[in-house]
Design a protein around this ligand. Structure first.
Ligand code: SAM
Length: 327
């Protein structure tokens, strides 16, 4: 393996764009989730908590569901080569299992790990090199929410012959659906496949289901990961308290939120710009929408993405959805 990696950095993650997004987060008192994956330290903390709490890592049935979804996608794709585009690839574990499966079915595989975090993209690249040669991997750092020219960016990727299979695993909970889904729908061309996964609220009672999964967020590892953003900006733990709650969002959806409530005043300075937080004020650090299978289908359909098959964990806490080409 060569000692260097070629990574394309889209302008949406150039320093001036990231700085603008950070200032916007502090002004609005709503942290853009991408700032929780910014540094190597945050990436490591997230990977550790994902390892501990993610159903796809810890629940054999959920893991099997992913495998079954990959088998079904592989059966649908008839072309000799497949380009997997991992949107928000994280550490690339799921995409790597998918690539391995496609390869075992005789396909030539290409991979674009795409994430806002360079550390994640490099981790995904490393993971995936067990399955494909370096020259078939095209790492891309990019902000999926703000990049306006993503279609052109992906068109310009090498090896776009054959089929394209986009993955959007575990991404939808951390975005306002009306912001990200038009972007996703524009990226999925009529002839493309999409594999999508979402954290779900288990059981027949939606509100009770969301309440049940609250401990998956309100725990030490998640608190430590989320607080890193504020601590790195000079806030001290004793300046306030991190509180988790359930709130109502758009489309009749519910989400788990985490707000840091200041108990005393604190100023945050980003170069010449200062942000004053008074005692009693709060900043939203995080939200995670919980869907149900019906809500996933409904919301995706609103953006022209039709689910053709789905695999729901017996726990009811995670689902994988396949959208097939629109013929
Ligand atoms: C919950 S993780 C999911 C990771 C992976 N897909 C999985 O299922 O294990 C969310 C990922 O989205 C990335 N991310 C967050 N905001 C993003 C954005 N605006 N554009 C691209 N990636 C983003 C994070 O860096 C992180 O790797």
């Amino acid at each position: 393996m060569s000692r260097a990696a070629n990574v394309t950095i889209h302008r949406s993650q150039f320093p001036e764009a990231v700085r603008g997004d950070l200032l916007a987060s502090l002004r609005a008192r709503r942290v853009n989730h991408k700032f929780h994956y910014d540094s190597v330290r945050q990436t490591q903390k997230w990977l550790a908590l994902h390892q501990k709490y993610s159903a796809s890592r810890n629940d054999a049935d959920c893991r099997r569901n992913y495998e079954n979804a990959f088998v079904a996608a592989a059966a649908e794709i008839k072309s000799k080569s497949v380009h997997v585009i991992g949107l928000g690839c994280g550490g690339g574990q799921k995409d790597t299992r998918l690539l391995k499966l496609l390869k075992s079915r005789g396909r030539e595989v290409f991979y674009t790990p795409c994430d806002v975090s360079t550390a994640m993209v490099l981790t995904a690249r490393q993971t995936t090199l067990a399955v494909l040669p370096e020259e078939n991997c095209f790492p891309l750092v990019c902000d999926l929410a703000t990049a306006a020219d993503l279609q052109a960016v992906f068109r310009a990727r090498p090896s776009t012959l054959g089929s394209r299979l986009l993955t959007f695993f575990g991404m939808i909970p951390n975005f306002e659906p009306e912001r990200i889904l038009p972007k996703l729908a524009a990226l999925v061309r009529p002839q493309d496949f999409l594999l999508f996964s979402a954290n779900l609220a288990p059981g027949p009672n939606y509100a009770a289901g969301v309440k049940k999964i609250l401990p998956q967020y309100d725990n030490d590892l998640t608190r430590d990961w989320l607080m890193t953003f504020l601590l790195d900006l000079g806030v001290a733990r004793r300046d306030g308290e991190l509180r988790f709650a359930v709130e109502n969002g758009r489309f009749g959806l519910k989400r788990v939120t985490a707000y840091f409530h200041f108990k005393r005043s604190r100023q945050i300075a980003i170069e010449s710009e200062a942000f004053a937080f008074q005692a009693g004020e709060a900043i939203r650090l995080f939200f995670s929408y919980r869907y149900t299978p019906e809500r996933v289908q409904q919301v995706l359909a609103g953006y022209g993405l039709k689910v053709c098959d789905q695999w729901i964990a017996k726990s009811g806490e995670e689902g994988v959805f396949l959208c097939c080409p629109r013929r």
